[in-house]
Design a protein around this ligand. Sequence first.
Ligand code: DOR
Ligand code: ZN
Length: 332
Amino acid sequence: MDITLRSPLDMHLHLREGDMLDLTVPMSAQHFAGAVIMPNLVVPVDSLHHLKNYRQAIESYCHQEDFRPYMTLFFKTYSRQELEECGTHILGIKLYPAGITTQSEAGVSDFSAIEETLVHLQELKIPLLVHGESDGFVLDRERQFLDVYRSLASRFPDLHIVMEHITTADAVALLDEFDNLSATVTLHHLMITLDDVMGDLLRPDLFCKPVAKTPRDRNALRQAVFSGHPKIMFGSDSAPHPRHKKECIGCAAGVFSAPVALPLLAQIFEDAGELDLLQGFVSTIACQRYGITPPDKKVRLTQAPWQVPSYYNDVSPFFAGQMIRWSVQSAP
Ligand code: DOR
Ligand code: ZN
């Protein structure tokens, strides 16, 4: 059996910088028509100048592929003029609470000091993408942050707020409370729970932020996604780290899922008997929520089993060494 996806999108992707782009960009560019590029580089992407250089670097690794990098700026206080200048160069602004995850030290530490920038974003119709975790107990962080989402969504009703990589039943439920909230869900959070990360031997390759939660939470995500929830889009949060940063004391957070994202999505949607809903999850819903028109690109998936390599260069991918029933084949 084959399926053809129209303009699949990855609405949350870490490509990194420098040599790493040689691995990450062609991989996503072959499988996707576009992706939302995260700005948490060593020096955060927080100016138009930096963003243009970064986009150019990404494009130089796309080769012949039709792939649109939807760029984001790292949240800081921006003047209205700075944001106006960004115009069509950005899809949105990514807000990290300070220090909450990889390279987020320059993030927001005082939420009362960001009002003016939020007013500009709302007026200029620039979406706000949020890493929604508090600094509380690790399993409660997303739940504790929901009040911040509530406050933002009610005070800025015309601001499109994207709750990135939600992992809990409570976050899914919050989507129903406010029209201006959307969410992304990753592949790995649809598949694993905390037990997979640390219930047996500790698995650095599955350690990420937010950490995978309980079976009940995973079920809530699956139920929402496998019923075509109209506000939930696919964002892989694929976040490669080299082996020496994962297999060590002080393991970095991030699951490298880009090489397996579409094939495994096909597999889990098929297993759920909902293959027809994959198109919506990987493209249509994102186009509607963001009002974007990605490059017209068809990506064909065929039922040709393959074994996921243990490493791509020195990065261990999600599902390493395991078999996947579906493969990607670019179609004309
Ligand atoms: O696990 C994660 N890794 N979560 C994030 O929010 C950031 C990402 C990264 O950049 O490595
Ligand atoms: Zn991320």
